[in-house]
Design a protein around this ligand. Structure first.
Ligand SMILES: [Zn+2]
Length: 127
């Protein structure tokens, strides 16, 4: 279940089994603690005569010690910046591809001029 700290809006994924019928949680970011109730009520045996059932032990009544929570990892959209070697390799590959294309255009200029005559104007500008 997704839990939102009411004080600072920190988000947590808390397994439903830990919440049970309700549980006190403490925010790891701001230390606020509050009561969390399950969004879908726990299945309760139908009792037409609203008589109070047997008193629950304190643990089931949600009076557990506050549980420390770890903040959620950053969302998938915020990626760590690419740095160092990977960035240099990417630049090297890009520059290499451009150089290869230019060298190919020059080496095969005769064949290209036959295959696509308008390119002769480009070679005329360079020569
Ligand atoms: Zn908080």
């Amino acid at each position: 279940m997704r839990v939102l700290c009411p004080a600072c809006d920190a988000q947590y994924d808390v397994p439903d089994r830990l919440i049970g019928s309700g549980r006190r949680l403490r925010c790891a970011r701001c230390d606020h603690d509050w009561m969390v109730r399950p969004t879908t009520p726990a299945p309760v045996a139908p009792e037409p005569d609203a008589a109070p059932g047997p008193a629950l032990p304190a643990a089931e009544a949600g009076e557990l010690a506050p549980q420390r929570l770890a903040p959620r990892p950053p969302a998938a959209g915020s990626r760590a910046p690419v740095g160092g070697l990977g960035l240099w390799l990417a630049w090297l590959a890009s520059v290499g591809a451009v150089l290869l294309a230019v060298v190919g255009l020059w080496l095969f200029r005769a064949e290209l001029a036959v295959a696509w005559p308008p390119i002769q104007r480009l070679y005329g500008l360079l020569a």
